[in-house]
Design a protein around this ligand. Structure first.
Ligand SMILES: *[C@@H]1O[C@H](CO)[C@@H](O)[C@H](O)[C@H]1NC(C)=O
Ligand SMILES: *[C@@H]1O[C@H](CO)[C@@H](O)[C@H](O)[C@H]1NC(C)=O
Ligand SMILES: *[C@@H]1O[C@H](CO)[C@@H](O)[C@H](O)[C@H]1NC(C)=O
Ligand SMILES: *[C@@H]1O[C@H](CO)[C@@H](O)[C@H](O)[C@H]1NC(C)=O
Ligand SMILES: *[C@@H]1O[C@H](CO)[C@@H](O)[C@H](O)[C@H]1NC(C)=O
Ligand SMILES: *[C@@H]1O[C@H](CO)[C@@H](O)[C@H](O)[C@H]1NC(C)=O
Ligand SMILES: CC(=O)N[C@H]1CO[C@H](CO)[C@@H](O)[C@@H]1O
Length: 320
């Protein structure tokens, strides 16, 4: 009898959650999130009770820590390694680590860490820069991962894959043709299938939209071995990430000359690394905020990422 009661309560709670009016970016400042007004009514507080007692099948949230193939780079010399989560930044990380692993003698010309750099790096050095499963490898005293706001990450991926790349490839983003809800819905279904083991082959889109907590061999234990750098959306935040990264290099004995070179490269080309300033990005962001359905999918897809990485969730619970 108590089981029935608990189940009924659970159902009610879930229905209540589904009817939560989500809003996003309520503030006037588009690059900042509106904070959760009242802690007591925070989604974290409400869902905490539910997710701990309900089984996975009942929860509409995509769970964290599903193992997903990841790539890593390492510089054993500096006892430093990193997990590459996001495509764009991951290219930079690869080049940066190649640069660290390349003997100091190489020419000034071969200095650009972003686009041209890779043409000058030795393939051999870059090959050995790749690593596997760093999370528990004690060779590296610091394991880095760069994380980004989950909704911003989705938006950036959407603009990049589902708008720009889809221009030359109709099948891109499941043929959704710029439709946010269509992509989110498809992705939500696919991730649910991945979670319950019924989907075996992953799409290009899966890799870009999967929750960050699925990467890097993260689990509740290994995640503690990582040092996180946060990649924000504003110039200032991105500048901060770069300085944080330089501090890490400094701590690991990278010489000043190399650090200042890397710093100049990353700083000069910083704005190119993100699409946060683009017109289309703003337009899609506005469209996203207006769509309740899109917001609900985002909430179910990424709320766990906000929790796992201790990021301020943009989803607001409104008292009803
Ligand atoms: C949802 O919340 C927003 C912001 O408070 C409000 O403008 C909108 O009317 C609400 N929608 C519903 C259906 O309650
Ligand atoms: C959750 O709600 C309870 C009861 O209202 C409150 O005491 C607690 O501080 C809240 N915790 C968080 C994390 O908001
Ligand atoms: C980096 O920025 C500098 C200065 O704007 C530019 O000259 C250089 O070509 C850029 N490098 C890359 C790889 O984009
Ligand atoms: C680097 O790796 C690629 C792909 O794995 C391989 O084809 C190539 O031969 C390697 N080059 C060197 C110099 O090891
Ligand atoms: C740790 O990483 C180093 C360098 O990449 C590698 O040689 C070693 O085999 C790794 N150790 C384990 C236990 O994976
Ligand atoms: C390198 O930087 C550190 C701290 O910024 C400074 O104390 C040191 O003198 C610098 N070394 C050289 C060789 O410039
Ligand atoms: C360094 C790098 O790969 N930058 C890319 C980031 O993504 C934008 C948008 O697709 C590209 O234009 C940049 O080249």
């Amino acid at each position: 009898m108590t089981t029935i009661l608990i189940n009924t309560l659970l159902l009610l709670a879930i229905i209540l959650m589904l009817s939560i009016n989500l809003s996003y970016f309520c503030g006037k400042e588009p690059s900042h999130y509106a904070a959760i007004d009242d802690e007591r009514f925070s989604i974290a507080n409400i869902t905490k009770g539910i997710t701990t007692i309900s089984n996975r099948k009942l929860s509409p949230f995509i769970p964290p820590f599903i193992p997903f193939r990841s790539t890593f780079v390492a510089s054993p010399k500096y006892s430093l390694a990193a997990c590459r989560i996001q495509k764009n930044l991951s290219t930079i990380l690869l080049h940066l680590f190649c640069y660290l692993n390349t003997p100091r003698k190489f020419s000034k010309k071969a200095s650009s860490l972003t686009t041209e750099f890779k043409n000058h790096l030795s393939t051999e050095t870059c090959n050995t820069t790749h690593a596997t499963h760093i999370a528990t490898n004690t060779t590296f005293t610091t394991k880095l991962a760069i994380i980004r706001d989950p909704v911003e990450r989705f938006l950036s991926g959407f603009v990049d894959k589902c708008i720009h790349e889809a221009k030359n490839k109709d099948s891109r983003c499941y043929g959704c043709d710029r439709d946010l809800v269509c992509v989110l819905k498809e992705q939500y279904t696919r991730f649910q299938m991945i979670v319950d083991g019924s989907l075996r082959s992953y799409s290009y889109e899966d890799r870009h939209f999967a929750p960050m907590s699925w990467f890097c061999d993260f689990d509740p234990e290994t995640i503690k071995n990582y040092q996180f750098l946060y990649f924000g959306e504003t110039e200032e935040q991105q500048g901060q990430t770069i300085s944080d990264l330089m501090d890490v290099l400094d701590t690991h004995g990278v010489d000043n000359h190399t650090i200042s070179h890397i710093f100049d490269e990353l700083s000069a080309n910083r704005t190119k690394h993100s699409t946060s300033g683009s017109e289309i990005r703003r337009k899609m962001g506005a469209e996203l905020r207006k769509s309740k359905e899109a917001m609900r999918y985002l909430y179910h897809l990424y709320e766990n990422d906000y929790r796992v990485f201790n990021l301020k969730s943009p989803f607001i619970y409104h008292k009803v």
